[in-house]
Write a protein of this length. Sequence first.
Length: 135
Amino acid sequence: MLSDQIAMLFILALPVASVAWTVTHEEIFREPREWCEQKCQTAQHPVVRKCLYLFTCEYCFSHYVSFVVLVVTGYRLGYTGWRGFGVALFALVWIANVYMSLYSRLRLDIKHEHVDIAAAQEQAQATTPIDKGQG
């Protein structure tokens, strides 16, 4: 049933987005990611540069993660066989990237709130007279 397939698409996109975001943005993979960034700038062979670049770009990496998820789960969308695999692959990449964009926006909003709070606290401390032990 197509509605079940659509629901599964949105569910499978969650781990794809999570893995792609973690590898390409989070601190735990910072050193390997920085190494890949450096090597993709200096590698002589274009294939090596492109292969290393995929670990630095969440959009690129999400294609490979989606491929693995589809192979492991056997999920197909709309059609059976390779056509359903192809449709599922690109739909899964798209939904996962929507999730990652929403997550990125949420993190940005939270960071702005923290900066605003810190600035307000600094301003409040600067305008509050200091009690010099009078009393």
